[in-house]
Design a protein. Structure first.
Lengths: 391, 342, 297
């Protein structure tokens, strides 16, 4: 018994030493908790493609501070309870240095708590709820993608320029995210002179939007703003086209409304749609052209904002680790604050006050299955105030 | 409704023999095994597996509540996650806004779950068989949708920042091994409480009702009242188990009320062994581990579990313990007989 | 006075017509479900997946170059074969147990989980478009109604009438009703009961698949689409009476009208809970639904 205990503790101590030694020279492990199944599987797919491409390129270029990068994937099934479990597994068992990939805001917030408990950092590349870097901010959570307020700013700006003082009708899915997105854009638009002529919220996963068309038509809007996403967008747009509602009206919406996942299904009905985003394949820089070509070649599909931002997050981490000369959490966090790094959409700056990335925002229009840039807002004009008070 | 495949219990379950029956062995093996696991994990300084096992126990409580209804009262609940999720939310709110005490949170949740169970039961109990299943399903859908949209409850993001619950001075739910033991004690209390209950007149009545409800009415008992008691009890157990979740994970989200949770609980019960009470615990432990492991290997883990479930329903409807216990009992009897002869 | 007339013409009437087009879709789903329950006593929780498979079969056939109309005929036929095989291979195995209701419910529930994941593996998680075969819109009561929707209403109505005729006016239908009414007796009279059961299941599945094909251009096609109709189809079947065709049709049309019109007065989010509430009330007051069982209708 005594001998077994001694042997066991010796083995334990040795392995602890070994892993500590490994920690500074072995591969850098990055955990990815993303929905590979379930409603958001399409987004998870883009996240995976973006990350895989970045890892290949980083490793080919010598890795981060000379160490190769290893990605470990876990499926969060778009369920925060599962995400938390998988995140803890990655931190505790796989001993990852950094974690990313969460999609819905609930999962990002919950995993952020797990990160705090385990003294690690996470970054989200998809969640756009303002609260993540505002009232619910965390010292261990960073966001490299644009948040809802920034998207609204770009779109409101474009709308004020092309359709000043327009009458706007709002249609959104009836849940927190849908309502707050509509509310955010409404205040941004009204601040620039738009007038609201009606508002209706349909249930999430609503099949048939035709019951609302009477109301929409009688309000006679010049612009219709919608925050539906995924399959709901396909249904709304095809039904609007069926009933002839999009002919004389400008349709605008949230960044998640039309993406490369649902665009093929919407087809022509999406033509003319404008939104505010942090990324578009049409951005005319050599870096973006190369990125799009590489992405297309590797995955036979075009990148969307999720793929592009996920691609960029690894370069963000790389820059931080190389600046801090270590993967130690506190040093990397310090390095991340105020960090600037290159991405396909240009230079991004990580605001120290709330861990929100600042970038140029674009107004983007869908035309014949492609996304084209029609407007642009500078980073500091788009970002909005720092309301994070926790650190 | 006669004795059915799903709900025929091995004779050893209801026999209160003094010598250890197969069921008692199985129960001891489960709880004893859990203690051994805790000791080993504590020694190795593990955190993840202890928390995973705690989570499995918490969902095991939900499975027990489903088994009380399905295996012992003859009602199939497809929306039991409603009470589980409700319990989780109540507990989270109590811990966050009122008192960080484990006992207060658990107590308030048990009372609240029983109250909601009473209301839900009055609505649902009237229906029989599959109608009950559909009402249970629909109730859960409706309430989870309401919670999903309620901003005060965090809406689709849920509630984060739930502090650890204080069990004793110096012991909070943040301690992996400590909380594991506390949850094990809770589940043990529920399990042994239910086993005891099944031997009381109430338990006998439930057995009788499951065998033939009409006859029970002719004997002078009102089946509706006893079904309601079982329903409220099941609601309280589900809610109490749910209360433990935010203590473990520090957050709650509406997904805890979704059909997936109810469905998984039913799968856990069927695979483990309906009506055996210990079977659902085994089933939950097995399937939680399976889901975690399979999920790391393939994105298609839903199909694996789904196919396993279909196979069990077709080939082994009584579940693992449903077949394992009688087999074990036969082996024990044979050994006893051999020893007595010799 | 003219304000009321305007309201009637421009608000109420369009809403009612919309409700009608949704109603036809719901009735098609509920019909298959109630037939399967009425005869087989099987609660088919995989019915939504049959609907989804029908839609995906249409996508496949269209991808192979066939016309929409060919897909409308072929997809239900293929689904009928799949349904027949499912009934003989899976449902029959748990059929003879006393616990039939619960076991078949669980079995079809497990099947639904597996099918949904299979669809996602086979076709990907993203939505797919099916082009509407009829384009253009007609102006009616001040609103433009897409011609395809009008077609769906007419075709769906004709299909429902055809099912009614088949069940109540043909000898095949009589065979089916006899087997539902008294299985042993029918078997001893020479009715091939096992095949009738499997055939009926196949028929119900084919109805769901037809709904899938018809609605694909309107509602788009994606792996979780099977869940769209589950709650409302079951509610309609329960309220109408499990196994009653008349009940499914009347309850389906009536309830979708209630939903459609209620969205004028209360927030649309409450329309599903409203339906569910009605179902609970019906179950409490008249558990067998409004119109009783297939074998006795």
């Amino acid at each position: 018994m005594q001998r077994t205990l001694t042997l066991a503790s010796a083995a334990f101590a040795l392995s602890a030493l070994a892993s500590a030694a490994m920690a500074q020279t072995g591969p850098i492990r990055i955990g990815v908790v993303t929905p590979l199944t379930g409603t958001y599987a399409g987004i998870g797919q883009q996240v995976k493609w973006g990350l895989d491409l970045a890892v290949r390129q980083i490793n080919a270029g010598g890795g981060i501070a000379g160490r190769q990068v290893e990605l470990i994937y876990e499926d969060e099934e778009a369920n925060p309870a599962v995400a938390v479990q998988k995140a803890e597994k990655l931190f505790q068992v796989s001993k990852v240095d950094f974690l990313t990939g969460t999609v819905n805001s609930g999962a990002t917030l919950a995993v952020g708590q797990v990160a705090e408990r385990n003294n690690r950092l996470i970054a989200t590349t998809v969640s756009f709820a303002d609260s993540i870097t505002a009232d619910k901010c965390s010292p261990n959570v960073f966001r490299v993608n644009a948040r809802a307020g920034m998207q609204s700013a770009a779109l409101a700006d474009w709308m004020a320029a092309t359709k000043p003082n327009a009458n706007v009708f709002y249609l959104g899915p009836d849940y927190e995210m849908g309502r707050s997105t509509v509310a955010a854009f409404k205040s941004a638009a009204e601040a620039k002179g738009a007038k609201s002529v009606g508002e209706v919220f349909a249930p999430l996963d609503n099949k048939d939007y035709s019951p609302f068309f009477g109301q929409m038509r009688s309000a006679r809007p010049a612009v219709i703003y919608t925050s539906v996403a995924g399959n709901d967008t396909v249904r709304l747009f095809t039904q609007m086209a069926e009933f002839g509602l999009n002919r004389s009206v400008q349709v605008v919406g949230a960044s998640g409304t039309v993406t490369s996942q649902n665009l093929p299904a919407i087809g022509k009905a999406a033509d003319g749609f404008v939104t505010g985003v942090g990324y578009a394949t049409g951005i005319d820089t050599p870096e973006n052209k190369k990125f799009v070509a590489d992405f297309q070649a590797a995955n036979k599909a075009a990148p969307d904002l999720y793929g592009a931002d996920s691609y960029g997050v690894l370069f963000f981490y790389k820059a931080a680790v190389e600046k801090a000369k270590s993967t130690d959490t506190d040093k990397v966090r310090e390095a991340m604050r105020g960090l600037q790094w290159n991405t396909p959409q240009g230079l991004k700056t990580m605001r120290a006050g709330d861990h929100q990335a600042m970038q140029e925002m674009y107004a983007m229009r869908v035309n014949g299955g492609k996304f084209e840039i029609v407007g642009c807002v500078k980073a500091d004009a788009a970002i909005g105030p720092d309301t994070c008070t926790r650190f | 409704m006669h004795d059915t495949v799903l709900t025929t219990l091995p004779a050893s379950v209801s026999a209160g023999r003094r010598r250890w029956s197969a069921m008692r062995w199985l129960a001891t093996a489960f709880f004893g095994g859990a203690l051994v696991f805790a000791a080993v994990a504590l020694l190795l300084g593990d955190v993840f597996f202890l928390r995973l096992a705690t989570e499995a126990l918490i969902f095991g409580g939900l499975a027990l509540s489903v088994d009380l209804l399905l295996g012992r009262t003859g009602l199939l609940p497809l929306g039991q996650a409603l009470f589980f999720g409700l319990g989780a939310y109540v507990s989270a709110l109590v811990l966050k806004e009122w008192s960080a005490s484990f006992w207060v949170a658990l107590g308030v949740t048990l009372v609240a779950s029983a109250a909601v169970g009473l209301v839900g039961g009055v609505i649902a109990i009237r229906a029989k068989g599959v109608y009950f299943a559909l009402i249970s399903f629909g109730l859960a859908q409706v309430v989870s949708k309401v919670v999903y949209n309620t901003r005060e409850l965090g809406a689709s993001d849920g509630i984060i920042g739930v502090p650890g619950a204080v069990i004793l001075p110096g012991l909070t739910s943040a301690s992996p091994a400590g909380f594991f033991l506390v949850v094990l004690a809770f589940i043990g209390a529920v399990y042994f409480g239910l086993r005891y209950l099944m031997d009381t007149p109430l338990g006998r009545l439930l057995d009788a009702m499951r065998a033939n409800e009409h006859r029970v009415a002719f004997l002078g008992f009102d089946p509706w009242r006893y079904k309601l008691v079982a329903f409220v009890l099941a609601a309280a157990i589900a809610g109490g188990s749910g209360a433990l979740y935010p203590m473990l994970r520090g957050f709650v989200s509406p997904e805890l009320m979704f059909f997936q949770v109810s469905g998984n609980a039913v799968i856990n019960v069927i695979v483990g062994g309906t009506g055996t009470l210990i079977g659902p615990l085994y089933g939950t432990a097995l399937l939680t581990g399976l889901r975690s492991v399979v999920g790391s290997f393939t994105a298609h883990h839903h199909i694996v579990i789904g196919v396993l479930f279909v196979v069990v329903v077709i080939l082994m409807p009584r579940g693992l313990v449903g077949y394992g216990a009688p087999a074990l009992q036969r082996w024990l009897d044979a050994r006893r007989a051999a020893r007595e002869v010799a | 006075m003219s304000a009321t007339l305007e309201w009637l013409q421009f608000v109420l009437a369009p809403q009612m017509i919309n409700g009608l087009s949704i109603g036809v879709a719901v009735v098609l789903m509920a019909l298959g479900l109630t037939i399967i329950f009425g005869l087989l006593d099987v609660i088919n929780m995989a019915h939504g997946e049959f609907y989804a498979i029908g839609a995906y079969l249409a996508v496949l056939l269209l991808g192979l170059g066939l016309s929409f109309w060919a897909a409308l005929v072929l997809a239900p036929l293929i689904m009928a074969v799949l349904g027949y095989v499912t009934e003989r291979g899976l449902v029959q195995r748990v059929f003879h147990s006393r616990d039939r209701h619960t076991l078949t419910l669980l079995l079809t529930f497990g099947l639904a989980v597996v099918l949904e994941d299979l669809l996602k593996i086979a076709f990907g998680a993203n939505p797919v478009r099916v082009q509407s075969p009829i384009t253009g819109a007609t102006e009616m009561v001040g609103l433009f109604f897409p011609n395809y929707r009008l077609f769906v209403m007419l075709f769906g109505g004709a299909l429902i009438a055809a099912v009614w005729l088949l069940v109540f006016r043909t000898s095949l239908g009589a065979l089916v009703r006899a087997a539902a009414f008294d299985r042993q007796m029918s078997a001893s009279l020479g009715v091939p009961v096992a095949r009738v059961y499997a055939g009926t299941f196949a028929f119900g599945a084919a109805l769901a698949a037809t709904a899938g094909v018809l609605l694909a251009p309107i509602y788009s096609v994606f792996p979780t689409m099977g869940r769209d109709f589950v709650l409302i189809a079951f509610s309609v079947v329960i309220i109408g009476g499990m196994g009653s065709i008349k009940g499914a049709v009347l309850a389906g049309l009536l309830l979708t009208q209630v939903q459609s019109l209620s969205s004028l007065f209360i927030s649309p989010v409450w329309s599903d809970p409203l339906l569910f509430g009605i179902m609970v009330l019906v179950l409490m007051w008249r558990p067998q639904g409004l119109f009783g069982k297939l074998g006795h209708a």
